[in-house]
Ligand binder design. Structure first.
Ligand code: HEM
Length: 404
């Protein structure tokens, strides 16, 4: 025993040194910036291949969640849990910067809108489980030809956001890989593929810790949301979007962050607050890409530095008191389909992830809406909970990868 003590002490020291070295490496690796890429909009060689994979794995996720929920409803393959839908008005400010006066921001006016708040996971777990949250806004009564050929005459413009400024994957290959792992029971394999720590994706794991909001869940009306990915604003500029809760005119407070206990605390607090007498407001803002800084379009894990390019408020969102349960009971909320490609050309989504969304979202929404027997189409301009429904026929196929 006496003779082995120095050996054990040495071994202990060695383990401590190795652990300390790994800890230094892990911190360095989790903050190391990935290799820089061109900051423009660059189409990769095999995007179509990944898109078709995503559509297939998406349908599997929709079917899996349906089986787990056991209520027969086909839900979205991401952001499946609805916290609530509310009607709102989206009022464009007089522009303070000529670069913003384009598309839906071209002139001061108001649009009726629908907002859907959601989780991010493809499953329906408790709001106290770590997860990101989505906020998708659909403007109604927007004139002009839209980007999706099959929906060119629709009158809607969507903005799809999440409550975190950056994403956890850099490109479509990584998105396909993490979706596959998500479909096979979990993303641990994506972040830690094997025993060799040099292969571990420590930066992505750190970003995931940022994206996944840990309990307690934050009141949705007090949270800030971001587009993560970039969009055109006219032909000359790329922008990102963000919405931030602000005091409504005449009141000086914004809602507190506590949402309450319970598996559905977020939906319950949303319904409770919107059933009160108060109105809730957000500023809708755009951030311009600066080409003299590292603000890439093709890597949404890189945040565009707000001090270098501050967000500019271009519109005000107002959510009046209302009973949000009405949009749930009649499945109106479930049947809404939000996609960044419901858009005027001035707001074209850019970057590989956004290009993939052109096909993946309709692929998922057509499948679930038709399976639910709802047909598809956009809600009417008058803000009523009705759709100009079109029957699900084979001819009305969803856009296919590679279709321009
Ligand atoms: C390649 C990248 C992406 C893919 C393949 C993807 C896929 C999807 C799909 C299939 C849906 C459900 C669509 C439906 O059935 O109606 C969805 C919904 C959603 N996604 Fe993504 N997504 C991607 C990137 C993003 C990003 C970057 C964001 C961040 C803003 C995001 C935010 C959302 C939100 C908020 C919803 C719910 C929309 C609603 O309320 O209906 N997604 N996503």
């Amino acid at each position: 025993m006496r003779t082995s003590m120095p050996f054990l002490r040495k071994l202990g020291k060695l383990v401590l040194i190795l652990f300390a070295l790994f800890a230094v490496y892990a911190v360095w690796a989790s903050y190391a910036e990935p290799p820089r890429i061109a900051i423009g909009n660059v189409v990769g060689p095999d995007e179509e291949y990944h898109v078709s994979q995503l559509i297939d794995s998406g349908i599997d996720l929709v079917n899996r969640t349906r089986a787990e929920a056991g209520d027969g409803i086909y839900r979205r393959d991401a952001h499946a849990k609805t916290h609530g839908c509310a009607s709102a008005t989206f009022t464009v400010n007089p522009s303070t910067d000529s670069r913003t006066a384009l598309g839906v921001f071209a002139e001061p006016r108001s649009y009726k809108a629908w907002i859907r708040w959601s989780n991010a996971d493809p499953g329906l777990h408790s709001d106290w489980a770590p997860d990101a949250h989505g906020m998708a806004i659909k403007l109604l009564g927007v004139p002009g030809t839209k980007l999706l050929p099959a929906e060119a005459n629709e009158h809607t413009q969507d903005f799809v956001m999440v409550n975190n400024p950056v994403f956890i994957v850099r490109n479509i290959e990584e998105y396909t890989e993490i979706s596959r792992d998500l479909g096979n029971g979990g993303t641990r394999r994506y972040f830690f593929p094997g025993w060799n720590p040099l292969n571990w994706r420590l930066r992505e794991a750190r970003l995931a810790m940022g994206l996944l909001k840990f309990p307690p869940p934050r009141n949705l009306l007090s949270d800030r949301f971001y587009s993560l990915t970039a969009y055109r604003l006219g032909t000359g500029n790329f922008v990102k979007y963000s919405v931030k809760p602000v005091p409504c005119k005449g009141s000086d407070d914004t809602p507190g962050r506590w949402a309450g206990f319970g598996a559905n605390a977020l939906g319950a607090s949303l319904a409770r607050q919107l059933c009160g007498k108060k109105k809730y407001c957000y500023d809708f803002m755009v951030q311009f890409q600066r080409t003299d800084r590292y603000m890439p379009v093709e890597d949404p894990t890189i945040e565009w530095d707000e001090s270098a390019s501050p967000f500019i408020p271009v519109a005000r969102i107002e959510v009046e008191p209302q009973d949000v349960s009405r949009t749930m009971t009649n499945h109106f909320c479930e049947n809404l389909a939000m996609t960044p490609w419901h858009s005027l050309p001035e707001h074209e989504p850019v970057g590989a992830l956004n290009r993939a969304r052109k096909y993946v979202y309709p692929g998922s929404s057509r499948y679930r809406r038709c399976q639910n027997g709802f047909g598809f189409g956009e809600p009417l301009d008058d803000g009523s909970m009705t759709f100009d429904t079109r029957p699900c026929t084979a001819t009305e196929a969803a856009p296919q990868a590679g279709e321009r």
